[in-house]
Design a protein around this ligand. Structure first.
Ligand code: PMV
Length: 342
């Protein structure tokens, strides 16, 4: 008898401190990266799998609406993961996804959506009676094949992805949790996101990564990321916020520097991004408090600080930075750790 299997999974977005930029083989990183997951920016995915003998067919709904335009991307993803989940050769799969954050908020949803989808697919695989060696690693590996950074969103907290001699269990195939090596100072981080521009990215991350293939600074970047990985692990372990901030900003500005010096080059910051960075630095000098910032491959600024600084930082944002944001939009988010309910 052919049966139906259902599941429902959630996964958060993440923000990288050491950035993944450039890939090799099938979605493997040129360098290790380290990120933490967020609390508020989450994708929820319902899956229904109908057993069948014919080649797999797919339905994809986003926020209740049929999105046929996503099907080609999903088909590529599924053909990349069939060797891990052979049930995806046949039957029918219905995916129904929604985000807790607005689509046009400038927040990328690929990490949270691919991570929640990967978790759901592994759940169905188990419900079909299959076993595997390690659920966490399999979920992360499958998420990676959908979107590289998604492999850092299948578990909560701090994750390192990419092979490095610094961490014997690290791998290019999946992310590994490093929560047990983190000083408590870094377990309460806030991420206040200045939405400088809403809407989708001007340069897709696929294009951005490919620009690293022939980049004149490729080898230097790989050295820098490996060195920053080592320094960041030490800073996280020792509760050293000053070193954390130095690495965080160097990584963000290097990512943008790499984009500017690509061929062709791209400027992904907006004038308001630079104004915000300067105001944050001035505020830090005046108040002498732990606060830093990072950016992904776009103009939005993630302001990062320990929770106990919120009383000072939130009024500073409201009074000095809101005017730089599109429609005055700031998303107040924070780290999600395994004890946090999402
Ligand atoms: O996972 P992708 O292919 O969308 O790449 C993400 C790249 C950055 O967000 C810029 C950095 C990172 O490590 O998340």
């Amino acid at each position: 008898m052919q049966s139906t299997f259902n599941t429902y999974k959630e996964a958060p977005s993440n923000i990288a401190i050491v950035k993944y930029w450039g890939k090799k083989d099938i979605q493997k990183p040129l360098n290790p990266s380290i990120s933490f997951t967020l609390s508020q920016a989450v994708t929820k995915t319902k899956l229904e799998y109908f057993e069948g003998d014919k080649d797999l067919s797919l339905d994809f709904l986003f926020e209740g609406q049929n999105k046929g335009s996503f099907i080609p991307k999903l088909k590529t993803f599924i053909s990349n993961i069939k060797h891990l989940l052979p049930f995806l050769n046949q039957g029918h799969l219905r995916i129904d996804s929604s985000n807790t954050f607005p689509h046009s908020s400038g927040i990328a949803s690929s990490a949270s959506s691919m991570a929640s989808l990967a978790k759901g697919l592994v759940d169905i695989y188990e419900k079909l009676g299959h076993s595997h060696n390690n659920r966490n690693l399999l979920e992360s590996e499958i998420a990676r094949l959908g979107s590289g950074s998604a492999c850092r969103s299948t578990q909560l907290g701090w994750t390192l992805w990419g092979s490095t001699p610094l961490l014997p269990n690290s791998s290019d195939q999946y992310g590994v949790l490093i929560n047990d090596t983190i000083d408590p100072l870094f377990n309460s981080l806030q991420d206040s996101i200045l939405v400088i521009r809403k809407g989708t990215k001007t340069v897709s991350s696929t294009l951005g990564h490919s620009l690293m293939n022939n980049h004149p600074y490729q080898q230097g970047r790989i050295r820098q990321a490996n060195s920053n990985t080592e320094k960041l692990l030490k800073a996280l372990n020792e509760g050293d916020f000053n070193s954390f901030a130095e690495i965080c900003e160097e990584e963000a500005l290097s990512l943008h520097g790499l984009m500017m010096s690509s061929s062709p080059g791209y400027t992904l910051m907006a004038p308001e991004s630079l104004k915000a960075i300067n105001r944050i630095k001035r505020f830090r000098d005046d108040q002498n408090i732990p606060i830093t910032y990072t950016l992904d491959a776009g103009p939005n600024i993630h302001i990062i600080y320990p929770k106990e600084q919120s009383e000072l930082v939130v009024p500073f944002i409201e009074e000095n930075l809101l005017e730089l944001c599109e429609d005055n939009t700031v998303l107040y988010d924070q780290i999600s750790m395994p004890t946090t309910n999402i």
